[in-house]
Structure formats: structure tokens, C-alpha cells
Design a binder for this molecule. Structure first.
Ligand code: H2P
Length: 838
């Protein structure tokens, strides 16, 4: 693309910064030049997709200048860098967010308006880069935003999956998974960087040899390999000229091959390598609820980890020759167990390729890697069958074996004769490679993602490690970025907050605490109510367009949106809806504030109970939404294809936020924070970060119910919970549970929901009845829901609580979280990027 016709918009931005002017004319000219050059079209005959591309190119042009400038500073100052290694980055759409962070959103919106183009429609053309399952991937995206905004040098390291998280279609109430080909129209905010490609090797065997000095060498032979080619995406900091990079790796075959030059053996191998490259980055694995040694997943992990470390070391070597300095210049943060093979890969490179001694390499590695744990669900602590691990990564396995051998010696020294300790802590045990154990042994920091979660790690799940290495353990309560989840998602509330307390909250969320002063003001309450209603109308319109359901914006919008998992208890929510419906039917004149229950969730394709729960929600919705006798008092909506872009609309419109996980199971939660930021009141258990939200906002402004995490854990340890007792003693609840199997919601197939029923009362072999304590917590949940019904009627009280939620959300900015990572773990310095000379 010619740079001449794209230059003007960069100039606009610089003008904007100099004298605060924005030339709509120049911007439109840039867009129309882009349309002409890219598509031979004018604004009038361009499609919305083409307009989106042309606008994005214009925006990218501005970003490029800042990106180049940031890179220059990084080259010159050589600051320490964090490599945030994550299999998932759930970025959400970039265009709107980039405009927000360039502080050019409004100007561009108006400019487009003048030529009859709606910026929302343009933004809707962008696919959601759905390179993540849920909270873990979205956290990584929020962290990238905060790192750039705070001016910390960072690279995100991940995989450029050709197909992101599947698109969900609902057909006859069932979830259907449709491939998400997010790259089909080309993605304007990425840059292929073939100059930074690296080879990654799999399989074969290790050949040992001794050189003339008697030194041992290890070489991987007869392997297959692929080329890792990075695509960089710009991560724009808020109004500070800093643009960091998210590098996501694509796989390409190493050598394009010509048929003639191969004999049969080579030919087969070449085809294999082609296939390997094609398959490697094809799909993101959905978060299943059972462990299976998925070979391809291990390959994916090693692939992006190896490539990222190679690139990091190459960057380091541009400035340094002594690898002992590496810990001063680089830290690898391992986001969950997925990238933890980094430990062994870094060791391998240092020992085999850089020829350091084991001790020196270990010293460096253990000062460079840190590990974040995101869950205590056993299914997520990855273990690999040794057989697979060794076959795919023969040399890396030898390294793991040696790390393990030395660590087991350490255990034996500390706890002589205590085989139990070895069983629990060894990296290799029972035919498995335990990735979390390796991460903890090597990492200099091990953190949980909310206070309660970290305490559970220390006292239960990882207690043995905590006893051995107490100094490694620390907590970093999660956070979210207010740039996306308020400034972009809820412009009405964002503008209102700015009018009341100034714009400082955009980079310092605690500034919103000044809203406390308005909590009692009838005017402020009224203004807030109008904004909330406008956002509810916006969501109602989305629901009408996408689900064909009419919802009443004056009803309470009660929302649960998150990955579908039994511990998150969407089932309890829908059972409670069934319970309410029964009550309204029995007593049509009962006191009941109209309520719309909104769900959004994807279930892993192989997760049966999760998929059945989706079907149940839709079946209940069918019955209730079509029952004229209840007068529209109750509605149920399942929003198809929950993703970051519709999440933004949903959070802004919520009155009630459902955070109802079984206490101790939700490590933190981040949706809870996004709702709070948008003035919804939480109904929740004392779990994850709910506990800290409670500390901030107080009992009057939140609806807490259910068993505590201690209670849950002690029932689990004593095996003394019997859901049948609860069922027998609560007639209303019993009726609801029976309705799962009496055809009320599945007249044609009474057995349709039998598995859900069984999961509560009738465990199948190897299962525990009502493992997530749904029946145990049901009554107290229903009581809390009743309180919401009563409280909402007191408009002033409700609005006051909503405002107080917003006023107390400051702690939950990812800016705070990142600053804590920097202070306690990463020790980075801020960079300053000055565009004056550009
Ligand atoms: C997980 C945890 C959440 C946590 C998030 C980020 C794995 O996300 O379960 O409690 O907030 O990581 O740390 P999720 O369930 O949404 O996929």
C-alpha cells in the first residue's frame, strides 16, 4: 500500500495532540483513498466490510508511527521486558478499542457520521478474534491493555489459531459448534514478521556424543520440524504513544518441497511436515472437563513456547553477550500450566545451545520464570503421560527428568523417608509429567488470582509446596480494563462519570470513588437510571434481532454470562427460574417484580452435562416465554454465541450479576468486576474475588448467600453431604427437581434431562451426588433472590447501591493488578515514548 495516501491521518493525530484539532475532512479523505487503492471503490459503493477495512487501515497508520517509536525506545533503552506466555488471548475487537486508546473515538465517530456511516455498524464488521475460552484468555487481554497503558515493556506470546473458539448456534435449543474462520476477510491489525521465524522440532531421538574435551553433547535426530512465524498485533496504550506487541505464532512447513527432488522417504517426511504445520495451529482446544492426553495440544504448547523463548533470547543477545544477565532483562510469566514447558525449554537452550553448565542454567531459569495458577479444578492442572511427552519432546524430556531427579533429592533431604511427599510433589510420578509441579519448582513466584484462591492454594491444593517454598507464594487479585469495559462498552455511563468526577478514571479507576458523593443525590440517581434504561433498550434490541424474543426493558435484567461449567452453577440459576415459575403459576397475584433472566455461555463440545444445561435453559425459556398466563412477568433468554463484543452490550445493561459458583471453586472471576463497573448488583457466594468485592462495597450493596468455602471443603473432606436429605425436606425444591424428568420441559422425551437429574441425586459410577452443592445452597439462593425482588422496588435504594458499586470498583482495575505484578514479581521500569520528533 502506498504510504502517501495514508499519511494524512497520522498527521491528524499529531495535529490533534498539538493544537487539539481534528480534521474530519482529512480523515475521510484517508478512508476514501484507502477504499480506492484497496478496492477501486468510493465511499458510496463500498460495502460495510470494505469500509471497516479502510477505516482500520487509516487507524493502523497512526498506530504504526507509535509502534515504531516504541520499538526505538526499547532498542535504545534496553529495558527489562515481561513475556506474558499464554495459550489464550481473548482480545475482542480491536478497532473500537484502538480508537478509545488513541483517544480518537469520538472524532472518528463524528467524521463517519457526516458521511452517513455508523461507527457501530463498522465495528460490527470486525470478527472477534476469539483466541480464548473464557476468563483466563480475557485476563491476558486485559493485562496487555494495562501493560501498554502503564508504559511497561511487554510482549504477549501466544498462538495464531486459524480457528478460534467455535461459533455457537442454537438449534432446537441445542448448542451446535460452527467453525470460526476469523481470518477469512483478512485481519487489518496484524503484521506478519517472517524475519523472526524459528524452527521448532518434534520427535526423533537424542544422540549423545563426547567431544575432544570430554564434554557431552546432545542432539535431536530424525525429528520433524515446523517453522514458527510470528504475527504481531499492536497493543495500544491509553494516550501515551506506547504500543506493545502481541506476538502470536503461525506454523509453516519448513521447506516448500518440489516433488522430483525427493526419494520416497523424503517425500513422506515432507508431507508429514506439511501436515504437522497445518494441524498445529488449526484450532484452540475448548476447555473440557476431563483430562485426556491430547498429543496435539502438547505440541501446540511446545511450539509457541519454544518459538517465543527463541525470539526473546535473540532480542536479548542484540544487547548482551552474558546470559547471566538474562534475569535482569526478561521475565517469562506462565499463564496457567499451559506454557510451563518453558522451564525445560529454556534449560535446554541454555545447556545444549548456549553451553552453560546445568547449575548456571538453572540459576538463570529460576530467576526468569514465574507461574500463575488460575484454578483448583483438578482437570486443569495438566499432566502428560510420560510416553507421549518423551516421544514428542525427547530431549526436553531428558531435561525434565534431570530437574525431577534433583528435586526429588531435595525432597528426600528435607523429608527423609517420606514417600508421600515424593508422591505428591515429584514432577514425574505414576507415569506422568506434572506440569504445575515443574512450574512451582522452577518458578521464583507462584501466584493465585484472588485472596481466597491463594489461601486455598497455600493451605490445601499446593500445601506441600507452600511448606517447602513459602517465599514463592503470593496473591495477585485479578482485574479488568476500564478502557474496554466502561469507556468503550458503556459510553453513556463513561461520559456521565467523566462529567461528575473528571476523566482521570480512565487511567486511575479509583477516581470513581468520588461518585460516593452522588450516591444519595436524587438527580444523580435519576441520571444513572436513565443511562441504565438506555443500555437495557440497546440490549433488548440486540436480543430481538438475534433471538427474536421481546424483552421488557423495565423488568429486572438478571444476567449470568460466562463459560458453561457445573461449578459455575448455571443449573442452579435455571432451577430457580423453574421454581419462580411454579410459584407464579400457583399464585398469579403474588408480589413479583418482572424479571428477565439472561444467560450466555459456551459449553465445550464434549462436556455432556454442560450441553444439556444449555438445552434445559432453552426449553425452560420456550415454556415460560410462551405462557401468556404469566403476563410477561418472567422471561428467559439464552443469548447465542456469547463473546467479547456482545458481552460489552450485556454488562452495560445488567441490573443483577449472577456470581453463584460453589464457594472455593471459582478462583477469582472477572465478569463479576465488569458488572460492578457498570452498576449491577451482585448476587453471589463468598467465592473468588466476590469476597474482595464484598470487602469493598459492603453487605448492603451485595446479595451474599450459600455455604462458605470452608464449609464446602470440610463437606468434601468428610464426605458427609447428602443431597437426598435436602430434596426430601424441601417440597418446592423437590417439585423443581422432579420437573427435570416429568416432561414439564421436555414433553416429547421425558428422559432428555435425566443426566442432569442424576448428577444431583443419582450419581453414576465414579461420580459424587450434587458435587457442586446446588441443592444445599438452593434455599439460601432463593431467599437472596427474594431480597432482590423486594429491594428493586425501592428505586432510590437500588440506584444508590448501584452507584456505590461503581464508586467502589477502583481496586478491580487490571491497572492495579499489573502494578502489583510489576512491584512484586516483574520489576520493570516504565518507558516514555515521545512523538515530538516523528
Ligand atoms: C479462569 C478461572 C476464573 C479466573 C480466570 C482468570 C480459569 O477463568 O476459572 O476464576 O477469574 O481464570 O484468572 P474461566 O473459568 O472464566 O475460564
Amino acid at each position: 500500500r502506498g504510504s502517501i495516501n495514508l499519511l494524512p491521518f497520522s498527521a491528524i493525530r499529531r495535529n490533534m495532540m498539538r493544537d487539539n484539532t481534528f480534521s474530519k475532512k482529512v480523515f475521510i479523505k484517508t478512508v476514501s483513498d484507502n477504499l480506492k487503492n484497496k478496492y477501486r471503490k468510493t465511499i458510496d459503493d463500498a460495502t460495510q466490510q470494505e469500509l471497516y477495512q479502510a477505516v482500520s487501515e487509516a487507524v493502523k497508520d497512526v498506530i504504526m508511527d507509535e509502534w515504531i517509536a516504541t520499538q526505538r525506545v526499547m532498542d535504545k533503552d534496553d529495558p527489562k521486558v515481561v513475556y506474558y506466555m499464554s495459550m489464550e488471548f481473548l482480545m475482542g475487537r480491536a478497532l473500537g478499542n484502538n480508537l478509545i486508546n488513541l483517544s480518537a473515538y469520538k472524532e472518528v465517530k463524528e467524521a463517519l457520521n457526516e458521511i452517513g456511516v455508523d461507527i457501530n455498524a463498522i465495528e460490527d464488521q470486525e470478527p472477534d478474534p476469539a483466541l480464548g475460552n473464557g476468563g483466563l484468555g480475557r485476563l491476558a487481554a486485559c493485562f496487555m491493555d494495562s501493560l501498554a497503558t502503564l508504559g511497561y515493556p511487554a510482549y504477549g506470546c501466544g498462538i495464531r489459531y486459524r480457528y478460534g473458539m467455535f461459533k455457537q448456534q442454537i438449534s432446537d435449543g441445542f448448542q451446535i459448534e460452527v467453525p470460526d474462520n476469523w481470518l477469512k476477510d483478512g485481519y487489518p491489525f496484524e503484521l506478519r514478521r517472517p524475519e523472526y521465524c524459528y524452527e521448532v522440532k518434534f520427535g526423533g531421538y537424542v544422540q549423545e556424543s563426547t567431544d575432544e574435551n570430554g564434554e557431552l553433547h546432545f542432539e535431536q535426530k530424525d525429528y520433524q520440524s515446523v517453522l514458527a512465524v510470528p504475527y504481531d498485533m499492536p497493543i495500544v496504550g491509553y494516550d501515551n504513544n506506547v504500543v506493545n506487541s502481541l506476538m502470536i505464532w503461525d506454523a509453516e512447513p519448513k521447506n516448500g518441497f518440489s516433488l522430483e527432488s525427493f526419494d520416497q522417504g523424503d517425500y513422506d517426511k515432507a508431507v508429514e511436515q506439511e501436515n504437522l504445520a497445518r494441524n498445529l495451529v488449526e484450532v484452540l482446544y475448548p476447555n473440557d472437563n476431563h483430562v485426556k492426553g491430547k498429543e496435539l495440544r502438547l505440541k501446540q504448547q511446545y511450539f509457541f513456547v519454544s518459538a517465543s523463548i527463541q525470539r526473546a533470547l535473540a532480542r536479548f543477545k542484540k544487547h548482551h553477550s552474558d546470559l547471566k544477565d538474562l534475569p535482569n532483562k526478561a521475565v517469562f510469566q506462565m499463564n496457567d500450566t499451559h506454557p510451563t514447558v518453558a522451564v525445560a525449554e529454556l534449560m535446554r537452550i541454555l545447556v545444549d545451545e548456549e553451553h552453560l553448565s546445568w547449575d548456571d542454567a538453572w540459576d538463570i531459569t529460576t530467576r526468569c520464570v514465574a507461574y500463575t495458577n488460575h484454578t483448583i479444578m483438578a482437570e486443569a492442572l495438566e499432566k502428560w503421560p510420560i510416553e507421549i511427552f518423551q516421544r514428542l519432546l525427547p530431549r526436553v524430556y531428558q531435561i525434565v527428568d534431570e530437574i525431577n531427579r534433583r528435586f526429588v533429592m531435595q525432597i528426600n533431604e528435607r523429608y527423609p523417608g517420606n514417600e508421600d511427599k515424593v508422591r505428591k510433589m515429584a514432577i514425574l510420578y505414576d507415569g506422568q509429567v506434572k506440569m504445575a509441579n515443574m512450574a512451582i519448582v522452577a518458578g521464583y513466584s507462584v501466584n493465585g488470582v484472588a485472596k481466597l484462591h491463594t489461601e486455598i492454594l497455600k493451605n490445601q491444593e499446593l500445601h506441600d509446596f507452600y511448606e517447602m517454598f513459602p517465599e514463592k507464594f503470593n496473591n495477585k487479585t485479578n482485574g479488568i480494563t476500564q478502557r474496554r469495559f466502561l469507556a468503550h462498552a458503556n459510553p453513556l455511563l463513561a461520559d456521565w462519570a467523566t462529567k461528575k468526577v473528571g476523566a482521570g478514571w480512565i487511567t486511575d479507576l479509583t477516581m470513581l470513588s468520588k461518585l460516593k458523593a452522588y450516591a444519595d443525590s436524587p438527580v444523580a440517581q435519576q441520571e444513572f437510571a436513565e443511562i441504565k434504561r438506555a443500555n437495557k433498550v440497546r440490549l433488548a434490541k440486540y436480543i430481538k434481532e438475534h433471538n427474536g424474543i421481546d424483552v421488557n426493558p423495565d423488568s429486572i435484567f438478571d444476567v449470568q454470562v460466562k463459560r458453561l461449567h457445573e461449578y459455575k452453577r448455571q443449573l442452579m440459576n435455571i432451577l430457580h427460574v423453574m421454581y419462580l415459575y411454579n410459584k407464579i403459576k400457583e399464585n398469579p397475584s403474588m408480589d413479583f417484580y418482572p424479571r428477565t433472566f439472561i444467560f450466555g455461555a459456551k459449553a465445550a463440545a464434549g462436556y455432556r452435562n454442560a450441553k444439556k444445561t444449555i438445552k434445559l435453559i432453552n426449553s425452560v425459556a420456550d415454556v415460560i416465554n410462551n405462557d401468556a398466563s404469566i403476563d410477561g412477568k418472567l422471561k428467559v433468554v439464552f443469548i447465542e454465541d456469547y463473546k467479547v463484543s456482545n458481552a460489552e452490550i450485556i454488562f452495560a445493561a445488567a441490573d443483577v450479576s449472577e456470581q453463584i459458583s460453589t464457594a472455593s471453586k471459582e478462583a477469582s472471576g472477572t465478569g463479576n468486576m465488569k458488572f460492578m463497573l457498570n452498576g449491577a448488583l451482585t448476587i453471589g457466594t463468598m467465592d473468588g474475588a466476590n469476597v474482595e468485592m464484598f470487602d469493598e462495597v459492603g453487605a448492603d450493596n451485595m446479595f451474599i448467600f450459600g455455604m462458605s468455602s470452608d464449609e464446602v471443603i470440610s463437606h468434601e473432606n468428610r464426605h458427609d453431604y447428602n443431597p437426598v436429605d435436602v430434596y426430601n425436606n424441601d417440597a418446592e425444591l423437590r417439585k423443581v427437581v422432579n420437573q427435570l424428568v416429568d416432561g414439564t420441559y421436555s414433553p416429547n422425551d421425558h428422559e432428555l434431562f435425566r443426566e442432569l437429574y442424576n448428577s444431583l441425586l443419582n450419581p453414576q459410577q465414579g461420580q459424587v451426588a450434587d458435587r457442586y452443592f446446588i441443592l444445599a445452597d438452593f434455599r439460601s439462593y432463593a431467599n437472596a433472590q427474594q431480597k432482590i425482588n423486594d429491594y428493586y422496588k425501592n428505586k432510590s435504594a437500588w440506584r444508590k447501591s448501584a452507584l456505590l458499586n461503581i464508586a467502589h470498583v477502583g481496586k478491580f482495575s487490571s491497572d492495579r493488578t499489573i502494578q502489583e505484578y510489576v512491584d512484586d514479581i516483574w520489576h520493570l521500569d516504565r518507558i516514555t515514548v515521545n512523538m515530538a520528533g516523528v
